[in-house]
Design a protein around this ligand. Structure first.
Ligand code: FES
Length: 100
């Protein structure tokens, strides 16, 4: 699913198996094989807010090198959204990933 409020638009591989995960307390859909970053940006225009400027961020390098896409699972684990595959039932929060 995508909408005008999402950063990404899926144009290929739309036939992969659907799954659901929880993003900031709301159950949303993704496809098997999506990275967490892709799954989040299919729902909204940012993955987190900069701890320096407060501006919205949507990742930068997309290859696990820049650390611009840290998010946190509800269990407290930090993950790089661009290099982690989303899983069924994963619970992701986008605020406070660098708070440690
Ligand atoms: S976007 Fe650079 S590490 Fe994820």
């Amino acid at each position: 699913m995508s909408s005008s409020s999402s950063q990404l638009l899926r144009v290929a591989e739309a036939g992969r198996a659907p799954l659901s995960f929880v993003l900031d307390g709301v159950e949303v859909g993704a496809l098997s094989g999506d990275t967490v970053l892709t799954a989040i940006l299919m729902q909204q225009r940012h993955v987190r807010h900069s701890e320096f400027s407060g501006e919205p961020r949507a990742g930068f390098c997309m290859i696990g090198a820049c650390q611009d896409c840290w998010v946190r699972c509800e269990d407290g684990a930090r993950i790089r959204a661009c290099s982690t595959l989303v899983k069924q039932g994963m619970r992701v929060v986008t605020n406070g990933a660098r708070d440690e």
